[in-house]
Design a protein around this ligand. Structure first.
Ligand SMILES: NC(=O)C1=CN([C@@H]2O[C@H](COP(=O)(O)OP(=O)(O)OC[C@H]3O[C@@H](n4cnc5c(N)ncnc54)[C@H](O)[C@@H]3O)[C@@H](O)[C@H]2O)C=CC1
Ligand SMILES: O=C(O)[C@H]1O[C@H](OP(=O)(O)OP(=O)(O)OC[C@H]2O[C@@H](n3ccc(=O)[nH]c3=O)[C@H](O)[C@@H]2O)[C@H](O)[C@@H](O)[C@@H]1O
Length: 452
């Protein structure tokens, strides 16, 4: 049986390790964050991801999932090592590969046999080859070899476990038979399940990851631009998306207009590929436009609220209830969430801001320190809306569907409802109580009630 090592236990590494342990592999997960490792050893997941804690606990119980802060242990006990550390954006948009290189150095230092090293983190084209060259250099004069492959991850947060169990595809960029054979063993279950596999070279695998994320970002920015136009010309963006999506060359997916994309990946990966383009003398105009349109979208959402609610050109004296802080539902991740910029915009225009999020409050208090003392955190969507002039729904959490609209509306001072996700478009129970402002349409099939 293959011994698997995972370096970095974030959204990708932890889920990958836990899923592989559920297939019976002995998996050692390593992280430099000792507190995280301690919690993991107690069976507590440091992140909110549906189904993860159960997998974690069963792996620990079965004894085939081990957590350690020791790089030596993970390197020496594993036949295959997945690098799953963060690759965040630097100030200039390029990918910060310092965590990747820390890990590679640890591998080079502790290596005690032939190993397959797999880049699972999203890394600019050429990184896996550089890692291979670096390790070859370090291993010169030893009997050991490192076979480096690129195996990008395509999971979505909030669906990380189910995406890992049933991925859309497995892309393997490898240039040695040892690496290919090892990854076929690791992904034997997926091969049996007829998950599509693509074997290619490392550069192509790395590019597929950036190309996929950038293309999805382009799709979102495209529909968001059309949403802004639709509001002006009396068209409805949801019907436009449906109509476009009926053509299977376009597909209906990722055409959901909203407040702009966020998260730890689209914003950084679009910037990183533009940076790679520039460094190689190829300006990526389409991706650049998607980034610019995304910034415009967030700013437009703030202007829309301001234009609707202001009496004297500002939002002074207005209270806004923001529902949802995470960049999408079913995650506790607030990284690059559009909620942050919308809250900043509202505060900047003088509004008082109350917020509620089913999972994002802990992270927001911890990381959005500049907002501490400037916004009011609330225990529920109902409490958040008390005495507010408007609700701004930023994240489409399912639990919002169960809200008691009459009670919420009666507890408010005003009745504006900005639905940045079109979650309640055409929902009579919401339209009955609120003046409803969707994204990309002036109305959705029901007459709007005038403000009281
Ligand atoms: N979050 C997501 O949904 C997806 C992320 N990715 C990519 O996967 C990579 C990881 O992303 P996340 O899991 O979100 O990151 P994360 O920030 O959640 O986790 C990274 C982990 O690496 C650890 N770490 C840092 N330096 C280390 C070192 N020297 N040795 C061991 N551990 C170390 C950190 O303590 C942290 O726990 C990134 O390149 C990202 O672009 C790819 C697909 C999906
Ligand atoms: O590389 C990554 O990290 C991952 O990035 C995204 O996954 P994720 O960031 O978890 O979330 P998405 O569901 O893609 O949503 C990203 C952002 O786009 C927004 N979005 C998405 C879809 C849509 O139609 N409209 C829209 O505004 C979401 O609200 C969210 O803010 C990709 O979907 C994954 O395939 C990829 O592995």
């Amino acid at each position: 049986m293959v011994n698997v090592g995972v370096m970095g236990t974030g959204y990708v590494g932890l889920v990958h390790g836990a899923v592989l342990s559920s297939y019976g592999f002995r998996v050692t997960c390593m992280d430099v964050d000792k507190q995280k490792i301690e919690r993991l050893n107690q069976g507590i997941s440091p992140i909110y991801e549906p189904g993860l804690e159960e997998l974690l606990q069963s792996g620990l119980r079965a004894g085939n999932l081990v957590f350690t802060a020791s790089a030596q242990q993970v390197v020496q006990t594993s036949d295959v090592l997945f690098i799953a550390v963060g690759t965040p954006a630097k100030e200039d948009g390029s990918a910060d590969l310092s965590y990747v290189w820390d890990v590679v150095q640890q591998i080079g230092k502790h290596i005690n046999g032939h190993k397959v090293i797999v880049s699972k983190s999203t890394m600019p084209v050429g990184t896996s080859r550089s890692i291979a060259m670096y390790l070859d250099g370090m291993l010169r004069g030893t009997p050991y070899r490192a076979h480096v492959a690129s195996n990008p991850e395509f999971l979505r947060q909030g669906k990380a476990v189910s995406d890992s169990l049933s991925p859309s595809r497995v892309v393997i960029g490898a240039e040695s038979d040892e690496a290919v054979q090892m990854l076929k063993k690791v992904y034997a279950t997926h091969l049996e399940q007829d998950v599509p596999f693509l074997f290619t070279n490392r550069e192509t695998a790395e590019m597929i990851k950036y190309a996929s994320n950038s293309f999805l970002a382009v799709k979102i920015s495209f529909i968001n631009e059309l949403a802004l136009l639709s509001e002006k010309v009396g068209a409805k963006i949801q019907d436009i998306a449906t109509g476009m999506g009926m053509d299977d060359r376009i597909s209906p997916h990722f055409l959901q207009a909203g407040p702009g994309y966020g998260g730890s990946c689209f914003p950084k990966d679009t910037q990183a590929i533009v940076d790679v383009g520039r460094k190689n003398g190829e300006e990526l105009y389409v991706v650049r436009a998607a980034i610019a349109a995304n910034e415009k979208q967030k700013a437009k959402m703030v202007s829309k609220i301001e234009e609707t609610l202001s009496f004297d050109g500002t939002l002074k004296g207005r209270t806004v209830a923001v529902w949802g802080l995470t960049f999408k539902p079913d995650t506790d991740d607030i990284r690059y969430s559009p909620s942050y910029e919308i809250i900043q915009g509202l505060l900047g225009r003088g509004a008082a801001v109350k917020v509620y999020c089913p999972q994002g409050m802990k992270q927001a208090k911890l990381y959005w320190t500049d907002l501490n003392g400037r916004i009011q955190y609330c225990g529920s969507e109902a409490e958040c809306s008390q005495q507010a002039d408007a609700i701004v729904l930023m994240t489409e959490w399912e639990q919002f569907r169960a809200a008691n609209w009459e009670k919420i509306a009666r507890g408010m001072r005003g009745n504006a409802f900005f639905d940045m996700r079109n979650m309640f478009a055409g929902d009579a129970s919401v339209l009955q109580w609120f003046k409803y402002y969707p994204v990309g349409a002036s109305e959705y099939g029901y007459p709007l009630r005038e403000a009281q």
